[in-house]
Design a protein around this ligand. Structure first.
Ligand code: AMP
Ligand code: GLY
Length: 429
């Protein structure tokens, strides 16, 4: 069969790497793809004009080339209805449709869903009027998070530890409109204390299969300092999720979410990513995403032993409960190398060396994120440039291997964190 992967980051590189191992797959295509995927896939040069026109061209390609399965990596195409368009053309595509993707595309929708179905999360209020929102935080007089309702590329959650920070955040979203359309509404929620973990499941609309737990490192600098980023590294499993907690998350969060979505007439097929805070009162939802995390995917995917393609297909066929998903016990660690300055402004076009020395090494993969190939030379082309992902029989071995990998790769002003997976080490000691 032929498979198309949509996306261009480290998550999609990891997906393509895994799909290339499937006995069922003849040819992989990627739109738009990145240079790291070249060895496994043909990257399509369909230009990005606007969402629907580009998606229609992708549909034409899928029909003409006989693509059997399309897999969507990022949230934007899902929220923009690419799945609905494919289904209209009776094409096989993995991911939630537009109405189900609202679970990530609108924080207000997600919070209402949680409230209605009694799913543990922080208390909240939604506002369109800045003065009413400011009144609320003044009366509440507690640390809050101020969130733009819509998709904001991971930058829409602003911490409000003091009333004046919260007021500034409310003004930034509702008055200065720094988030454009995504900031028409603001969700203000109470600040939760605890350790975060990413809990990612596959769903066929009724049943779920849990993928390995993981933890992302969102802040730019060591010791969780500096601004939030898309993620500077990840590890799996996340030992904060004990077996007891795992069951609690399934029973009190994951299944009620899938059932709630079904009851709302928004059958959820695809990946459901639950961002958790493990608080003193138990696990609570920080956010939902309608797709794999990035860089969580880079550590999850190497830990899946089974062929991924039949598993994804079973989500579409409604046969997930009868599908075996074998996982590997070995932990995995991904350390992201970013352009100096990221997540603020940074330069592109720096020459990257050392990547080729990893060919043939089984325990370490270099997943590209923001790279470009200019006449055979590999250059930086984004904030997060690449991720070195290693597996090992212990978390420490996986960490050591990932950092050995990092030491071999060079580009001007490269930045990475030196403490990825430190919490896992502390918990295992
Ligand atoms: P979000 O975009 O909602 O995932 O938020 C981004 C990050 O902000 C999360 O991963 C948390 O680190 C933090 N965060 C968001 N909401 C809260 C909250 N209510 N309490 C504490 N931290 C939060
Ligand atoms: N790494 C966090 C995310 O993918 O949203």
């Amino acid at each position: 069969m032929n498979v198309l992967v949509i996306g261009q980051g480290g998550r999609e590189h990891a997906l393509v790497w895994k799909i290339a191992q499937s006995q069922l797959v003849d040819q992989i295509y990627c739109w738009p793809g990145n240079p790291g995927m070249d060895e496994f896939s043909i990257n399509l040069s369909i230009p990005f004009v606007n969402e629907m026109d580009s998606y229609r061209q992708v549909v034409e390609f899928v029909k003409s080339e006989g693509i059997d399965l399309t897999i969507v990596g990022p949230e934007d195409p899902l929220a923009n209805g690419i799945v609905d368009l494919f289904e209209l053309h009776e094409l096989n595509i993995f991911g939630p449709n537009q109405s189900a993707a609202q679970i990530e595309a609108s924080k207000d929708f997600a919070k209402k869903l949680m409230k209605k179905y009694d799913i543990p999360t922080a208390d909240y209020q939604t506002f369109t009027d800045a003065e009413a929102a400011i009144d609320y935080v003044k009366k509440l007089d507690k640390p809050v998070f101020v969130k733009a309702d819509g998709l904001a590329a991971g930058k829409g959650a602003i911490p409000g530890p003091t009333i004046s920070d919260a007021i500034q955040a409310i003004r930034s979203v509702l008055v200065e409109q720094n988030f454009g359309e995504a900031g028409q509404k603001v969700v203000i929620e109470e600040w939760m204390e605890g350790e975060e973990a990413s809990f990612i499941v596959l769903s066929d609309g009724n049943d779920v299969v849990t993928l390995p737990t993981s933890q992302d490192h969102k802040r730019a600098m060591d010791n969780d300092q500096g601004p939030n980023t898309g993620g500077m590294g990840a590890y799996s499993p996340a030992p904060v999720i004990t077996d007891i907690l795992h069951k609690e998350v399934i029973d009190t969060i994951v299944l009620p979410t899938i059932k709630g979505m079904k009851a709302e007439g928004r059958i959820y097929k695809g990946i459901l990513y639950v961002g958790l805070m493990i608080t003193d009162q138990g696990p609570k939802v920080v956010e939902y995403n309608c797709r794999l995390g990035d860089p969580e995917a880079q550590v999850l995917i190497p830990r899946i032993e089974s062929d991924l393609v039949p598993i994804l297909q079973s989500c579409l066929d409604g046969t997930l409960a009868q599908t075996e998903v074998k996982l590997r016990p070995d932990p995995a660690v991904c350390v992201v190398m970013a352009s100096g300055g990221y997540p603020k402004s940074y330069e592109k076009g720096k020459k990257i060396t050392g990547v080729e020395s990893f060919k043939g090494i089984e325990h370490t993969n270099i997943f590209h994120a923001g790279t470009s190939n200019q006449s055979g030379e590999l250059l930086t082309d984004g904030g997060r440039v690449l991720g070195v992902t290693s597996v090992g029989s212990s978390i420490q071995l996986a960490i050591d291997r990932a950092y050995q990998g990092i030491s071999k790769i060079h580009f001007d002003q490269a930045h990475y964190r030196t403490d990825i997976a430190h919490r896992a080490v502390e918990r295992t000691e």
